[in-house]
Structures are given as C-alpha cells and as structure tokens.
Write a protein that binds this ligand. Structure first.
Ligand code: FAD
Ligand code: FES
Length: 256
C-alpha cells in the first residue's frame, strides 16, 4: 500500500451521475490483484474521511488506473467537479481482491454485478480472459439510461443484461438472469448489493469457488478502526474487517 498525489488524466460522465476517472501515478505499479480499492481524500477540509472506490482497471505500462463512481453525497459530488491536471491524495491499493490462481484455461467463470458493483469486475474479467478462462457476465442496472461498459464487457465474452424496468436486457434483476442459466461454472465472482450477493450464495452453494465482494461503511480503510467489522458464521467472538481481510470473501466466510 502506498499513498500518493495522483494526477487526473481525464474524466467523463458515462451516464447520469456516473463518472469514469483516469488517474496516473507510481501507485499503479502496486496494482496486481483485481477487486482491490483506492481510499481517496476529498480535497475539502471539512470532509475528513477518505472515500473507498474500487479499481475498475489498471495499465501498469501506461501508469494509469481507472475508477467508476456514482455521485451520492458531498465527496463524490466534489470528485465530479474535478478535471484533467488536478490531483487527488490516494491511498492504495487496499484490501484483498479476487483470487484467480485456481482457474485454468478452458474453465468457465460467471461474473455477476449490479449497479455500482460492476466496476471492479472489468479488470477481473480482462485478467481471466488472458488466462483463457471463458467469462460469462450477468449485469443488472436500474434502467437503460444508467447502463455503462456494455460494449467493454461484451468485447470480453458473453454478456447478459437485466434492468428493473426492462428497457435494456430482460426485465427484472440479476437473480432472474441467473435462474434462467442452466450451465454450472467452475467459479462465480460477484459484486453488488447484499441482496444480489445472497442470491449468488444460495444459487451456487454447490460450486466450490464463489467469491463475493462486500460493501461496507469504512473510516480508516486499513484495519485500524474496526468501522467495517463483519462476523463469521458459528463463532460470535470472531470477526473480520472488510477493508483489510476483504472486500472479497469466499461465500459462507462472513455474515452480511
Ligand atoms: P456521503 O453519503 O456524503 O458519504 C458520507 C460517508 O459515508 C463517507 O465517509 C462515505 O465514505 C461513507 N459512505 C457513503 N456511502 C457508502 C457506501 N455505499 N459504502 C461505503 N461507505 C459509504 N462507489 C462507487 O460509486 N464506485 C465504486 O467502485 C465503489 N467501490 C467501493 C468499494 C468499497 C470497498 C466500498 C466500501 C465502497 C465502494 N463504493 C463505490 C461506495 C462509495 O465508497 C460511496 O458511494 C462513497 O464513499 C460515498 O461518498 P459521498 O461523500 O459521496 O457520500
Ligand atoms: Fe477501519 Fe476497516 S475501515 S478497520
């Protein structure tokens, strides 16, 4: 983990309130595992806590990395006003991301994401494809207007979409997409709200390798403050920290 003033290369609005921000800096050389996150200070003196945002993709040769975020409150609103050449104080890469070592060429991986849980799955899918793993994406959004990276995921492999109102892909949620899927994958990777993660955990209880990326309120982002603690099944005295031990856990490893 490093801390660095990274420079904004470019920023664009992909969809209403959803921004893609490209940063450059030496910290990119530390990025080796998909699913990790950056902890970014908002350059406003009254906002003390950093904001955790997943790494969407990185390019070590170019020393650039990309984040995709949705404007929610003061911090992300501030980020959206920034432009090329300005700097952000970034800590990272943080956390334990997706593990792909167990997968081999010819295996099939299901990649499941919802809404603002989709960004970290892009680097994951790219790395699996390089390994020769067949990737199948199941992506859910609210409505067509807020769909992003559809072409990017389709370029990597088969991609199914759902929207709540049926304006893009099938009507319903990602669970509906998965229920219609009869193939059994070698591994499942998911990032999204707790409902989506629970659905994945239930539907693929017989698959050995199911990795879930949890979202949790964070403060320090590096294991020092206990703001992000989750309990583990069958031992109420034991807990894990989402920022340090996660955000990615094997299904069944934590209660969420
Ligand atoms: P405010 O509501 O003003 O934030 C107030 C405080 O609450 C801040 O400390 C903020 O960090 C915290 N907070 C608010 N919402 C969340 C949330 N959902 N999760 C955690 N903390 C929150 N969002 C994206 O759009 N794209 C991503 O790739 C992404 N990756 C994430 C990865 C991780 C590991 C985590 C934990 C969260 C991620 N989020 C992501 C959620 C993102 O951190 C929040 O939307 C953001 O911090 C909101 O900040 P704000 O100042 O705009 O909102
Ligand atoms: Fe401080 Fe996880 S956010 S321990």
């Amino acid at each position: 983990m490093k801390q660095e003033m990274m420079t904004i290369v470019r920023q664009q609005e992909l969809a209403p309130r959803i921004y893609e921000l490209v940063l450059t800096g030496e910290l990119v050389n530390e990025m080796t595992m998909p699913g990790q996150f950056l902890h970014i200070r908002v350059p406003r003196s009254d906002l003390l806590l950093r904001r955790p945002i997943s790494i969407n993709q990185y390019d070590r040769a170019e020393e650039t990395c990309t984040i995709i975020y949705r404007v929610e409150g003061d911090g992300t609103s501030y980020f959206a006003e920034m432009s090329a050449g300005e700097q952000l104080d970034v800590m990272g890469p943080l956390g334990h991301g997706f593990e792909i070592d167990q997968l081999n060429a010819g295996d099939t991986a299901f990649i499941v994401g919802g809404g603002i849980g989709v960004p970290p799955l892009y680097q994951l899918s790219k790395e699996l494809k390089v390994k020769g793993v067949k990737v199948v994406h199941f992506l859910g959004f609210g409505t067509q207007e807020v769909v992003y990276y559809a072409d990017e995921f389709q370029a990597l492999g088969e991609t199914r979409f759902s929207t709540d109102d049926g304006t893009f892909g099938i009507q319903g949620n990602v669970g509906n997409l998965l229920l219609a899927e009869k193939r059994q994958p070698n591994a499942v990777f998911a990032c999204g709200n707790n409902g989506l993660l629970k659905t994945v955990e239930q539907l693929y209880s017989t698959v050995d390798n199911v990795q879930l990326s949890l979202e949790s309120r964070m403060a320090c982002g590096m294991g020092a403050c206990y703001a992000c603690v989750c309990h583990v099944p069958e031992d109420e005295n034991k807990s894990v920290k989402v920022c340090e031990d996660g955000p990615v856990f094997q299904a069944g490893e934590v209660i969420f």
